[in-house]
Write a protein that binds this ligand. Structure first.
Ligand SMILES: [Zn+2]
Length: 347
C-alpha cells in the first residue's frame, strides 16, 4: 500500500477532499498547513489535534484555525469530539457531539458528578477522519491549554455547518462568561414611511449585511434577529467592543447615503456574564439574566450611542478600547433588576 504515508495517512484521498473544501476555506495558509499536518504529523498528534497549540505554531488566530478545521471536518478530513474534563479525577470522558453534553455529567471513571461549562470543562478535540487513517481519538484531555467548546460553538461555521449539533431540547449547559451584543435600528418607522415598504426593507437588509460582516470579522456570531434588532455573542468582551466601534463608524457612512439621509440610527448595548446554552425553536440559543440585562443595557442607549455595562468593562482588555473615546457614565434603574444598571456610554 505505497500510497500510505509513514504516519498511515492516505494522502491522495486527503488531498482530494481538501480540494473540495478549498473553496470554502477563507484562509489560504490554513490549507497549506492542513496538508503539511496530514503529511508530517505523528499518529499520536493525529489522534488528538489541539487547535490552541496549532494556532500558536502556525501563527494564525485561534478563530481562523477553528473556522478552517470546521470546514475541513464538514468535508470529512477530520472528526470533531466533545470531551469532558472531569473535575474529580482530572481524566477525560469522550462525549461525541453537543447533544451529549448535559447540565450534569457523571464521570465514567470516578463517578464524580460534574456540572460542565462550555468555557471551562468541555474541550473540543479533532482527529484525522477514520477514512483517511486507522487512527482513533485518544479520549485523553489535553494537559495544558485546550480548545474550549465555546470557542468552536461561537462561530458562524459551527452554526451553519453543524446545524444539527446542539443541546438536546430541555437541556441547558452552563457558560461561565459570554458577551452579548444587542443592536436596534431606530428611526426605522420614519424611514419606512419616507421610502415605502420596498425601499425600507432594502435598507434594513443592507444594515443587517453591514452588521453581520463586522460581527464576523471581530470573531462574533449572530444568534438571531428580532425585527430590526440583532443579538450576537462574543467569547471575548474586547472583540464585542471593537465590533461596536467599527459598526458606529460604518453606520455614519451608511447614513450619509442620499437614499437614507440620516434617517436610520443604531443603538448598541453590550453586557457580559454567565448564561445557559439551550436549544430554542430548534436552534442554539442562550438564556438567563445576563441575556435579559444585555437587552436592557441596549435599551438605555440613545440614537448612535453604544452602551457598555460595568461587567463588560471590568475585563482588563476592554477598558483600553474606550478610554480615549468621548464617554460618560450612567446609572439607570431598570425594571426587574434590583441594583441600578451601571453603564459607560460612547457618544
Ligand atoms: Zn472522573
Amino acid at each position: 500500500m505505497s500510497w500510505l504515508f509513514g504516519n498511515g495517512v492516505n494522502l491522495a484521498r486527503f488531498r482530494a477532499r481538501l480540494r473540495l473544501a478549498e473553496r470554502e476555506l477563507a484562509d489560504d495558509k490554513i490549507k497549506i498547513r492542513l496538508e503539511e499536518l496530514a503529511r508530517a504529523a505523528s499518529p499520536d498528534e493525529l489522534a488528538h489535534l489541539n487547535l490552541v497549540t496549532l494556532s500558536k505554531a502556525w501563527q494564525r488566530s485561534l478563530t481562523d484555525v477553528v473556522r478552517g478545521f470546521l470546514v475541513a471536518t464538514k468535508h470529512k478530513l477530520f472528526d470533531l469530539h466533545f470531551l469532558l474534563h472531569c473535575q474529580g479525577c482530572n481524566g477525560g470522558a469522550s462525549l461525541g457531539g453537543l447533544q451529549n453534553v448535559k447540565s450534569k455529567l457523571v464521570c465514567p471513571a470516578c463517578e464524580h458528578q460534574n456540572t460542565p461549562s462550555l468555557d471551562h470543562s468541555v474541550e473540543i478535540a479533532f482527529t484525522i477522519h477514520p477514512d483517511l487513517a486507522r487512527i482513533t481519538f485518544d479520549g485523553k484531555p489535553a494537559q495544558e491549554q485546550y480548545l474550549r467548546a465555546i470557542d468552536v460553538i461561537n462561530t458562524e461555521e459551527f452554526k451553519n455547518l453543524f446545524e444539527r449539533d446542539k443541546p438536546l431540547p430541555g437541556e441547558h449547559i452552563t457558560v461561565g462568561s459570554l458577551t452579548f451584543f444587542f443592536t436596534d435600528l431606530s428611526g426605522s418607522t420614519a424611514t419606512y414611511e419616507k421610502l415605502g415598504d420596498g425601499g425600507a426593507y432594502r435598507i434594513v437588509r443592507e444594515h443587517f449585511g453591514l452588521l453581520f460582516d463586522i460581527i464576523k470579522k471581530n470573531h462574533g456570531t449572530v444568534i438571531k434577529t428580532i425585527g430590526d434588532a440583532v443579538m450576537a455573542t462574543f467569547t471575548h468582551p474586547a472583540n464585542a467592543i471593537a465590533a461596536s466601534i467599527e459598526v458606529k463608524d460604518a453606520f455614519k457612512q451608511f447614513n450619509k447615503r442620499k437614499d437614507i439621509r440620516g434617517a436610520a440610527s443604531l443603538k448598541v448595548g453590550i453586557h457580559t456574564g454567565p448564561c445557559l446554552a439551550v436549544t430554542l425553536n430548534s436552534r442554539l440559543d442562550y438564556f438567563g439574566t445576563t441575556v435579559n440585562k444585555a437587552a436592557r443595557v441596549q435599551s438605555i442607549a440613545d440614537k448612535d450611542q453604544i452602551c457598555i455595562s460595568r461587567e463588560t468593562l471590568e475585563h482588563p482588555e476592554a477598558w483600553p478600547l474606550v478610554e480615549r473615546l468621548p464617554v460618560f457614565h450612567k446609572q439607570v434603574p431598570v425594571k426587574g433588576i434590583k441594583q441600578p444598571v451601571e453603564v459607560t456610554v460612547i457618544k
